[in-house]
Every structure is written in C-alpha cells, then in structure tokens.
Ligand binder design. Structure first.
Ligand code: WT7
Length: 650
C-alpha cells in the first residue's frame, strides 16, 4: 500500500505494472531511496550486478563534491555493455535500432528504413572502432562527431566508447564557428562527418562547414566522411577518408578497451552564464549504471521493447535515451532523421503506427505543437502500442500533461516527467511509473542515490515544503567528471556558490509530499525548444556586429518554444534602427551561435537600464518585455530614461 498523499493537487494513481518485477508501491520506493543514500556500499553492488564488469568496483563512490568518483577500482566498457552483453545472453537477433529517413513517398511511407539487430549493430561498431584505431585513435583521445541523424551517428559514438575514446557530438545544425570552438576545446585530432544531412526536405551541407572550420586549425589529422546525401564534397588526400572504404577493412574482432570507471566517455558542450560553452565531461561506470537503471525504472524498458525518444542524439537527452539507455536495456531504439513537421504534423503518429513503440519520450515544446495542430490525424492512426509517455527539457504545464495522457495515451498511460540536465548524465527526478502517484506538472521524487534540496534566499537549506534554488546534496552515479580543460570553472560554477552542494541553476518548489516542482532557470540561461542558450553567448555575437554599441538578451515565455530569445540593442550613432540592421544582427547570431539562437524579436533602445555599478538589469528588461511596464524596486537604476514608460504599440 502507498502512503497517502496530501490532496493539494490532482493526483493520478499509478497503473498496475504490466510485468512482474517493477517497483509497484510508494513505500518500497521510499525505503529503497533512503537506503541508497544511507548505505551506498550496501545498496549499489546489488544494483550493478546485471552489468558486465571486467573488474568489479571496490566501492560505490569515494570523495565528495567535485572530487567524488563513482565505482572506483572497477573496469568496464560502455559499448560492450550496450551490445555484447545482450549478444552473449542470446539476444543477438533482437532489433537494436530502427531508423527511418525524413523523405517519404506519395503514400507517406519513408523512402528508406534501416533495421539493425544487436549482432549487426555490433559488427558495424567494432569494424569502425578498428578503422579508427588504425587512424591512431587511442583510449583517452577525443573524437568530434558532426553527423546528421543517421544510424552511423550512434555507431560512431559506440565505436569511440569501444576504444575508450571520448566522443564529442556536435549538433549538425551548428555553424562552423561553433564547430571549430568544440573541436579545439576538446582537442580532437579526428572528426567524423557526412557530406550532408536532410532537414525539411533540403540538404544541409556538413563537410563544407567542417572544411571551413578546418581551414582555421591544424589540429585535425583525420576526417572520416560518410556518404549520405550525395551532395558535392572535396576530399583532401591523406586527411579525409570515406567511411565505406575505412570500415571495409575494419576488423570485427578488435577488442574493447577495459577502461577504469572514472575514464571519460564523452563530452557534451552546453551553455552557461558566461560567453563560452563548457564541455561537460562524463565518466564511464557511473554513467553506465545511472543510464542503464533509469532506462528500466523511469521508462520500464526491457529486452525487446521498442522506444522512441524524439531527441537528436547530439543532445544529452538523445545520448542517454535515444542511444545508450535503450541499448543498455536490450531494447529497440527508433531513430528518425528529420523534423517532425515533415511532410506535416502527423508524421509522429505515422512513426508510432509504423514501428509500434511502447514508450514515447519527448519535450513539452513538441507536445504543445501537436496540440496546436489538432487531433484529427492522431485519431486516424493506431497508437495502441503506447504504454508509457515521458517528458523532459522544460516544465510541462498541467494542461499539456493532461492532453498528452488523455489524447496520445488514450487515458491509459502513465506520464513520466523527468527532470535532469546535461551535467546529471541521466534522469534525476521522476515518478516511478507504477509506484509514484503522478501530479501533473511535478517531476515528483528523486531516483536512487539522488539527494536534491532547496536553498532559500538567506543561503540556508529549506526544510519541508518551500521553494528555493535547486541543489544536489551528495554525489550521484551519473554525475559529471567536470568541465573539460577547466577544473577551476567547474568548481566555481557548480560548487562554490552554495559551498558543498551542487548548484543546478534551477529554482524549484517542494510540496508537503516531498514532490519537486521545477520552476525554471535561475541563471542567465534560456531554454528554447528545450535547448540551453546562454544570454552572454548571444550578446557576444550581437556586439560583434559593427553597428552595435551594447546589447542585452532575455528569455520570455513563448507558447511555441517554451522560452524565446528577445534582444535589446543599443546602436552606435550613425546606424539606422531598421529592418536592414535587424537582419544583419540576426545573420551575425546565426553564423556565430547558430539558428537555434535566432531572436523572436530585436528591440532598439537608446540605452540599457543599469545599476550604479554598471550591471545591466536584465530583470527589468524581462519584466518590461513581458508586461510592457517596470514595477518594483527601481531605485538602483542608473538611468531611468533607458526604458520607455509603457509598452510600445505593435
Ligand atoms: C535544464 C537542463 C536533460 C534534459 C534535457 C535538457 C530544464 C529539464 C525538466 C523538467 C522542468 C526541466 C531545467 C534544467 N529541465 N527537464 N522535467 N521540468 N525543467 O538538458 O540542456 O542540460 O537543460 O532543462 O532548467 O536545468 P539541458
């Protein structure tokens, strides 16, 4: 029996688990969670037994704060666990991956569908690993991957993991500047790319963008090029190699690296409150365990299940739950090449009807888009395979949550709202689908080993119900190793603001039942379409334009993308505040940061509101942008004429 919950909000009782073995009551969850924190050395050995260890770890973790390391003494390989473990268990013929192209024929069927069993996928992975090894890639190296959403993207990731090289996947929508920054900061000597990718029916060039970046660095010795779109490319002799030719001579018996638990497995660059994106580095064993266990506990994935996570593997959600999570669980991951409005907004329902996933994991932004585009197409498709729905990336409002469950899940499915972040590695706060009563809009309760807490404005921990900055009080398995190349920034950003606690950058509320309600970012990070953008990064691009004297960027609530970018710009004298200048500024943002950062609006001001020490008052700008007025305490404002008194007419 579950402990009763307070009746302050509507709760949805968890359904009975469809299979034996799932956690099915809240009291057991609470007991296990408490045990995971109180006695980690007793709790974790049992939990990690299902994974393959070349050497068993000595402890759950050692050290604290930024120095904590998980499963010390152990040796493992992420790709071996994701592939060979299942093959050795006799599941080599189970489908590991289904991929479909964006392009469709007149009957809406995709032009191309590729399926890989675990045995086939392993063969591709190990042959590429052997080819990379022949190019000189070794354990401990970094390899940058700049690929569209094709099966070769997970294959490349897994091949790196096979060798113990850290992959650094760069989103295929990024411009050459962002790509160059990530290649250089990671110190990659090898880059894996494609001629191009398909997006919204058009070819997006990739190799030419990489070439532009490589013209400005001598770091890269080898480039592996996948032929995908057939678009024109130049190959530089000695440096550039065709994927197909390399793997033809790859050795399918190349052995996996037996790396220590704390060995870096990947870097993922993400925005913070300063101008430069930071390379979040993850380890091996902690990430493996956290990802593998949450694949089952949050999403109920078992061998042979089919899951569709709509996230691009170039972001952390895709790393963890499009690639590693499903494969660690022995499930089948569905991967879609393109955008979900192609050929129209019914594409998602076609994909579900075609591949029959039990689990759909997506973002509130997408669910809102589906709501806007109506239910007709959805109701014409067979979505009866769906057993569990899940959400991530931004707060999912209660009404969106309910629509998701009622309409997509036909009122039968649990909705698992998962809170986590790039730094976390895997899901941190989520309801156990068959044990935790769900409250729409709340990510609910922490996973095993995760100890979230709230810190109030007075710097003290909030006890019981209340709100504050969301922090994590003790090391958790999937926690980052640090910021690549920058231990100093790592400590300063995450561990020194509230000494001893990990600062998530979010604010949250906890209710009387201990449920967490994540409210949003507390720092200068904007969540557009679930992606993180740093205001300082965008401002840096704006002021790089010759016309701009100063700029401030804020995030404002947006029905379509969650939060939208709004840029305030002060021009140098002699420049016109007109659409030509606007267009030039937008181009600057797109070439430096990428199209994701394209502002919804650019507003010109005579000056920016600042306090007496010259700090830009973004709070005022944001309030002004949203309400058209400025209220509250403006006594620190240096120049009260910086903002017009009322909202400008449209
Ligand atoms: C930030 C992390 C790993 C997830 C993909 C994004 C926000 C994430 C939720 C949620 C409310 C959420 C937070 C967090 N966020 N999940 N369920 N409810 N907000 O990873 O790019 O590192 O962003 O996304 O603000 O800090 P990310």
């Amino acid at each position: 029996m579950s402990a009763p919950l307070s009746a302050d909000t509507e709760t949805f009782a968890p359904p009975a688990p469809p299979r034996p073995g799932s956690l099915s009551d809240l009291a057991t969850y609470r007991r296990l969670h408490a045990e995971s924190l109180a006695n980690p050395d007793k709790f974790w050995p049992e939990q990690i037994a299902e994974f393959h260890w070349f050497k068993q770890p000595d402890h759950a973790f050692t050290g604290k704060g930024p120095e904590a390391r998980w499963f010390p003494g152990g040796r493992a390989n992420l790709a071996f666990n994701a592939l060979d473990r299942h093959i050795l268990a006799g599941r080599g013929d189970t489908l590991a991956l289904i991929w479909e192209s964006e392009a469709v024929a007149a009957d809406r069927q995709p032009r191309e569908v590729r399926r890989y069993t675990y045995t086939q996928l392993r063969d591709e992975v190990v042959r590429l690993a052997s080819a990379l090894s022949a190019l000189g890639v070794q354990s401990g190296d970094r390899v940058t991957i700049y690929l569209p959403i094709v099966p070769e993207l997970p294959i490349a990731m897994l091949a790196c993991a096979w060798l113990g090289a850290a992959h650094n996947v760069v989103f295929a929508g990024f411009p050459s500047q962002a790509l160059l920054d990530r290649i250089e900061d990671s110190g990659s000597h090898v880059v894996i790319t494609a001629d191009g990718g398909w997006r919204n029916g058009k070819v997006v060039p990739l190799k030419p963008i990489l070439d532009e970046a490589l013209n400005r660095t001598a770091l890269v010795r080898h480039v592996v090029v996948l032929r995908h779109t057939g678009s024109p490319i130049e190959l530089r002799a000695g440096r550039d190699h065709l994927w197909s030719e390399l793997v033809a001579s790859g050795d399918p018996a190349h052995p996996p690296a037996q790396v220590p638990s704390g060995h870096p497995s990947f870097l993922m660059y993400t925005s913070g409150s300063t101008g430069k994106p930071k390379g979040i580095a993850h380890g091996t064993a902690g990430y493996l365990v956290h990802t593998g266990l949450t694949a089952r506990h949050a999403f109920d994935l078992h061998p042979g299940d089919v899951v569709w996570c709509t996230a691009d593997p170039a972001w952390i959600t895709g790393h963890t739950y499009t690639v590693y999570g499903p494969l660690l669980a022995g499930a089948t991951t569905v991967i879609y090449e393109g955008i979900l409005s192609s050929p129209d907004w019914d594409r998602a329902w076609d994909i579900i009807a075609r591949h029959r996933p039990q689990v759909l994991y997506t973002t509130p932004t997408l669910v809102r888009a589906w709501i806007r585009h109506g239910e007709t197409g959805l109701r014409q498709r067979d979505l009866s395979s769906l057993r569990l729905l899940a959400s991530v990336g931004e707060p999912i409002g209660p009404s969106v949550w309910r629509w998701f469950r009622e309409v997509v899940g036909a009122g039968r499915t649990p909705v698992v709202d998962t809170w986590w972040q790039t730094e976390a590695g895997a899901a941190m706060i989520f309801p156990f689908p068959y044990a935790t009563p769900a409250k729409p809009g709340s990510a609910s309760l922490p996973f095993f080993g995760v100890q979230p807490a709230l810190v109030g404005a007075d710097g003290r921990e909030v006890v019981g119900a209340g709100s504050g900055q969301l922090v994590i009080k003790s090391p958790w398995p999937g926690m980052l190793l640090g910021i690549w190349n920058n231990p100093q920034r790592y400590r300063a950003t995450y561990w020194e603001t509230i000494p001893g606690f990990f600062l998530t950058g979010d604010t949250a509320r906890r209710d009387a039942d201990g449920y967490f309600w994540v409210l949003g970012r507390a720092d200068d990070v904007i969540k557009v379409n679930g992606h993180r953008l740093g205001t300082a990064e965008i401002e840096g691009a704006i002021v790089a334009h010759a016309s701009v004297a100063e700029s401030a960027v804020v995030g404002v609530p947006d029905e379509q993308v969650g939060e939208a970018v709004l840029a305030f710009v002060v021009l140098k004298s002699g420049y016109e505040a007109d659409d030509t200048t606007r267009a030039a500024i937008v181009r600057e943002i797109e070439t430096q940061v990428g199209k994701l950062a394209r502002p919804r609006e650019i507003r010109f001001l005579e000056s920016l509101p600042k306090n007496r020490s010259g700090k830009i008052l973004r709070r005022l700008l944001r309030e002004y942008a949203i309400t058209g007025k400025v209220s509250g305490d403006v006594s620190t404002l240096d120049d009260s004429t910086a903002l017009p008194p009322a909202a400008p007419s449209a």
